[in-house]
Design a binder for this molecule. Sequence first.
Ligand code: TEU
Ligand code: CA
Length: 561
Amino acid sequence: MTLLDRPIAAPHAARERTERWWHRATGYQIYPRSFADSNGDGVGDIPGITSRLGHLADLGVGFVWLSPVYASPMVDNGYDISDYRAIAPEFGTMEDMDRLIAEARERGIGIVMDLVVNHSSSLHHWFRAARAARDAPEHDFYVWRDPAPDGGPPDDQQAAFGGPAWSWVEEVGQYYFHYFSPAQPDLNWQNPALRAAIYDMMRWWLDRGIAGFRMDVISLIGKDVDARIYEEGPTLHDHLQEMHREVLSGRDIVTIGESWSVPPATGLLYCGRDRNELDMMFEFSHIRDGWDPERGKFAPKPFDLVSFKRELFAWQDLTRQDGWTSLFLTNHDLPRQVSFYGDDGPNRQQSAKMLATVLHLLKGTPFIYQGEEIGMTNAAFERIDQYRDLETLNHFEAQIASGVPLEAFIAGANRNSRDNSRTPMQWTSGANAGFTSGTPWIEVNPNAASINVEQDMQDPGSIFAHYRRLVRLRRELDIVSFGKTEPLLEGSPSVMAYQRQLGDERLVVLGNFTAQAQDVALPDGVPGMGRALVASHGGRARLDRDLRLEPFESVAVLMAA
Ligand code: TEU
Ligand code: CA
């Protein structure tokens, strides 16, 4: 990783002002619990990650987004932090962490930490003090309200993981607010002392040599609970600008904010030029598009490619003049992309490659979630006792109580539960997929016998080889990082197509999302002869006006004027 910014040479991209290292880098997300277990306790850990850095270097990624490894009671697998300056013993020690940062950096890979500061764990010493006495200085680090006249909570707001968003504490005679579970009390960002404590902690981590932060549900920190505004609340951008001044400014790092609600219309408020807030967002409009608006994620609706493309291209359009975006189809909260958008049966290889092609050749910073690079699939659990995730388990209880049949819930969970992407990384065809020598905390997918890293490494036509190529194209070709994106065939329900343009170069990308051959008619000006960049079906260098795409075929042709 070159940590020095340099001016962009390409003419069109002069708009970008300066090139940053992450403009050409691909990110890789590690969910530590499920990546690699070094000591046989069944839980992935930091020494396990360090031992697998060779895999990441091989893939060519520029940085790792590491899901939380801090001290935590693990109610939400580390998204409930009890000490921001300590490592959870099951993941290792601070020395292990320093070694990971140093060894990754030697290989040109930065470590981006997950910053979970909308809430802490209820076991954080701040919250223990806060719940013990109203006059403790830490009391005001959290969001407390007096009971309603009837003694009940201030309002009927529900928490994201089920149940009321307010919990009672007898000692202080007040309710505290938790957007997620009761074990995740929201921090009070209106309090300057809390903000100062967070900034101090962030500087402490940056001084250890990390490459930036992924900021968990950052769009919630400006909330006004009394007005019942949670997402993108009134003080959000003031806080982010203050954080930039106090912590981020002048450091050569990358910052990615997570928001489940940001539309393109407000996207540039976070990452527009001269906003001095964040570098890019993880936004979910293309994901939420696949959920039933009323019944939620456990009742997914059939995939609709036309509206999916509309959401993705709206963000491409946004970054035309200003801002930047992330590119992803999955993460630790989402199902495996080959199962959700592709075909995890007979067309697994082709559909996994196609999804990678159409995503990675867009403008933005792509993220690969562990196992995606070998086409790992959903978990296919049959019984509720195989699930571990609190969101799935809480919704299970509530939905069964409200009369949803068991089979219907399991079918929804098989499609969309967060545990689909949390089964152990499949390294080998051996016992427990080479993830652990003990008993894994969540079951290994039985298909590890045929889907694993070891096997992909031996096959030059593997999904892994395809990803490695896409990662390299982004590093090497200006047009991939900086070209402007123009959608093609927008109304097609089966093909995603676009062209990128930079100077007099053009890159045309096509992907067939179906198991049937598709005939497409390319618009005027698109057909031509060039260099085949990806070879999902042997590679095409020539695009005729009338074209037949094979099932799940993807095409990328680079043409000069
Ligand atoms: O997720 C944000 C979030 O809003 C999730 O609850 C999301 O709605 C859900 O996963 C969709 O099924 C972040 C983290 O990525 C997630 O793992 C945490 O559980 C959550 O914040 C709380 O920290
Ligand atoms: Ca372990």
